[in-house]
Design a protein around this ligand. Sequence first.
Ligand SMILES: NC(=O)C1=CN([C@@H]2O[C@H](COP(=O)(O)OP(=O)(O)OC[C@H]3O[C@@H](n4cnc5c(N)ncnc54)[C@H](OP(=O)(O)O)[C@@H]3O)[C@@H](O)[C@H]2O)C=CC1
Ligand SMILES: O=C(O)CCC(=O)C(=O)O
Length: 478
Amino acid sequence: MSELHKNYIGGEWVGGDARPNINPSNTNEVIGEYAQGTAADAKAAIDAAADAFKTWSLSGIQQRHDILKATGDEILARKEEIGRLLSREEGKTLPEGIGETMRAAQIFHFFAGETLRLAGEILPSVRPGIDVTITREPVGVVGLITPWNFPIAIPAWKLAPAIAYGNTVVLKPADLVPGCAWTIVDILVRNGLPKGVVNLVMGRGSVVGQAILESKKVNALSFTGSVGTGKKVAEASIAVMRKFQLEMGGKNPTIVLDDADLKVAVETTANSAFFSTGQRCTASSRLIVTEKIHDQYVEALAARIKDLVVDDAIKQGTHIGPVVDQSQLDQDQNYIQIAKDEGGTLVVGGQRIERENPGFFLQPALFTGTTPDMRINKEEVFGPVASVIKVKDYEEALAVANDTPFGLASGIVTTSLKHATHFKRNSEAGMVMVNLPTAGVDYHVPFGGRKGSSYGPREQGKYAAEFFTTVKTSYTQP
Ligand SMILES: NC(=O)C1=CN([C@@H]2O[C@H](COP(=O)(O)OP(=O)(O)OC[C@H]3O[C@@H](n4cnc5c(N)ncnc54)[C@H](OP(=O)(O)O)[C@@H]3O)[C@@H](O)[C@H]2O)C=CC1
Ligand SMILES: O=C(O)CCC(=O)C(=O)O
């Protein structure tokens, strides 16, 4: 058995039961052994974070900057190695794994800069002679619960602002992908992060995650994952009156209008729907297409899908890696059957594929002849499965696009400035793309959605300060 990757609690690496981290491209391959934390570990981590907060909240911005900068530097210098680990544990292709690793490094660099830019305001009072100052302070102990589909970028975009603004952290990464989270914490610690500032507790959500939710000492909780777990986070957080932030599902639409450039439409939607095996909350799974371009678009997209190579994530030439695990594969195949039963036409894909090694490979699936009321167009699949909805015109397309309880991302492919402008204003989504994929966003601008997709302040960019700080208004009579 390989060496155990331990949890990090109060400045010590702490062992526990081991769990193998399995490669979804080759289920015979164990990437490493990772500790399974307990509820007691979570409690110890929260206590350590509460203790460290007393000094870290008063630490200098130069120190915070230097640690975040050095962490970004090291991630960048090791991007090939860490990207490979990411692709082996999660299943996205090696270029995607390296790209996500670089994004994590850039996020650390961005927040290194933000530590030096934190500002307040001085205002005159409405009462003469009094000064009013508005400052931002850290929130306290922050719980970070992260999903499996972005094993390094999501931990990075929660950890970096938490540290930058003087909070202390308990991080619980998804049990399926502990490797990248462990690596970031190891890098932070070796680059000088004082003990207790970040605590890593790997293990099950129902055990470690639940203990974090239930703790009164956790002052704020940032969560990305499913709607079901998000609701539990919300209920538990309201029960103890803590600040919380949720990023959850999507059923993102991309509209293709008659005037679209066909090549742009095909590339944009193939990327949005199928890259990263469709396992992105920003993926487009509803392709809403107007009548005149419909047939040629479907034909061209089906041909593009047939060209996509589905294989081992780290093999050169692979376009689509495996699904993350058996249970996600079952969910994908279940929805493919549901779409068929509902009367959708499977134009291409949908079959389980055998490769050299045992893995969870699925041919990307495209359905046509679907209608907005079908379950395939209402519920998040979270796999390489997309369906086309044919509509008469832009007005119908917009109505269908907005007819969803979700509102994370949306897209339109068009050469009409009028329609693009109207869509940007009227799409009920947090992120709107024109002639671009809905997934694969910038790291320095706000990320988040509306309706059932998100709750609380936006993540990323300077907007992250809204969640990771609390505002204080002080009045002074000199
Ligand atoms: N919006 C997004 O980015 C994502 C959406 N999803 C959606 O969710 C579906 C299921 O994926 P899944 O990974 O199971 O999502 P979950 O919501 O279960 O997992 C997200 C995180 O929450 C943790 N968690 C689970 N239960 C609890 C709990 N009771 N208290 C605290 N934390 C908990 C998980 O732990 P652990 O997994 O370690 O047990 C994981 O770290 C997907 O099919 C997809 O539809 C999934 C991932 C990301
Ligand atoms: O599309 C992206 O760049 C980010 C997607 C994401 O954060 C997610 O799927 O959870």
